[in-house]
Design a protein around this ligand. Structure first.
Ligand SMILES: [Zn+2]
Ligand SMILES: [Zn+2]
Length: 406
């Protein structure tokens, strides 16, 4: 009770703006010994305020684990029509039985309860297989797009027929987004028929295979990443760049380190630690950085380099990334929005717009996808860039390439 009162007091303060109030609520929770999970749960079991339910479930979204607290919170919120939409943020952690109940509620009430549509949309994104048996009863365009992920072979074949009949490339993109062995086989079969070879490369990579080597376009398992305190996870977010870094072509501001993955903490067989950089200025002219990192210093491809500057940070301080197994190992088939995509390591990219993978300038092969770093809020403050940064890594050559989409 004490905690709920404190939060209500923060939210009635007139001397600070609503975003500042939210940051204060998050900071208050983060200061608790269990990162505020029991306090957030206590409030979610009692509050009648939509705003408090929204903020506290947003906070829960930042925290890996705490499955029991998130499940108990969702079980209460889903019985309160005014608070139901807040459940959508907890969906990735909910047990299958509760997911199935939410799906049957949606099927029973249809689109007359918009909050249930929101929840089911997120179910489709993370657990498409729970929703697929009812696909014919769902005519929401976005939910249908979510269900491309892992769709059955018959569906894959019908997209190929659509494309042959209409020539509409969107049918091939939908086919590639299915990302099953059959989908890859069908995309391989149209090599030479797709006029633009870069377009075909984009499609086969989207489906999960590299065009030249035939190797997987990503690594498995896929993980969701959670920005956590310094040292809490083995992977470093931000932190001092050390030595030389790429610099902005326009203003010469040094790039900052975005992410350093720990090879031995990942089950991917990487020999070298992947490191990714991004620009610290607002020029916005460049949309990629490609570097070779190694003990002998850094080589910057396609641009100038200069001395790293620890104050040119693009993250709210040196932090870490804690990983949690992604509920959708096939890959999300929805178009992601910056600030809403979340961070990811491994698997296949959840694209804003499907794009061709960069080529490694050393070995000439297409680079496998390694990670996504999204912009937006963290429990420690905002990321200082806009857009979704996709990170690619050629382990043998120690070459990293980052690309942004807005
Ligand atoms: Zn610049
Ligand atoms: Zn290479």
């Amino acid at each position: 009770m004490k905690f709920l009162q404190e939060i209500e007091e923060i939210l009635t303060r007139e001397d600070i703006s609503a975003p500042e109030q939210r940051m204060q609520v998050f900071a208050r929770l983060a200061a608790e010994p269990d990162r505020g999970t029991s306090a957030a749960l206590e409030c979610l079991l009692r509050t009648d305020s939509r705003r408090i339910a929204a903020y506290l479930t947003q906070y829960f979204e930042f925290i890996p684990g705490a499955v029991e607290e998130k499940t108990r919170a969702a079980d209460r919120l889903r019985r309160e029509p005014r608070l139901l939409s807040a459940v959508s943020r907890l969906v990735p952690w909910l047990p299958e039985a509760m997911i199935d109940e939410l799906v049957s509620d949606y099927l029973a009430h249809g689109d007359s309860v918009p909050a249930l549509s929101d929840v089911v949309f997120v179910v489709g994104k993370y657990f498409p297989e729970r929703l697929r048996p009812f696909a014919e009863r769902i005519d929401d365009e976005y939910v249908r797009r979510a269900l491309l992920s892992g769709a059955p072979d018959g569906k894959a074949e019908s997209f190929l027929e659509d494309w042959r009949r209409s020539g509409d490339l969107r049918a091939l993109i939908a086919l590639a987004y299915i990302r099953t062995e059959r989908a890859r086989e069908l995309i391989r079969s149209v090599r030479g028929e797709v006029e633009d070879s870069a377009q075909w490369e984009t499609l086969i990579e989207l489906a999960g295979q590299l065009p030249d080597t035939g190797k997987p376009a990503g690594s498995w398992p896929a993980f969701r990443g959670f920005v956590s305190g310094r040292g809490e996870g083995p992977h470093v977010v931000g932190g001092p760049p050390g030595g030389e870094v790429p610099v902005c072509h326009v203003c010469e501001a040094p790039a900052a380190r975005l992410l350093k993955l720990s090879a031995r903490s990942l089950p991917y067989g990487f020999v070298n630690d992947p490191v990714f950089y991004w620009y610290s200025c607002d020029c916005g002219i460049m949309d990629s950085i490609t570097v070779r990192v190694g003990t002998g210093g850094m080589h910057v491809f396609y641009g100038p380099k200069g001395s790293g500057d620890p104050s040119a940070s693009i993250t709210p301080g040196e932090l870490s990334l804690v990983l949690e197994r992604h509920p959708n190992q096939t890959g999300i088939s929805l178009r992601e929005m910056p600030g809403n995509a979340g961070h990811q390591v491994g698997g296949l990219p959840a694209w804003r717009d499907p794009d061709i993978h960069p080529r490694c300038p050393d070995c000439g092969n297409s680079m496998p996808y390694a990670a996504t770093m999204d912009c937006g809020r963290t429990p420690f403050g905002d990321m200082k860039y806009d857009g979704i940064i996709y990170c690619f890594w050629c382990d043998g050559c120690r070459v990293s390439s980052t690309q942004i989409q807005h």
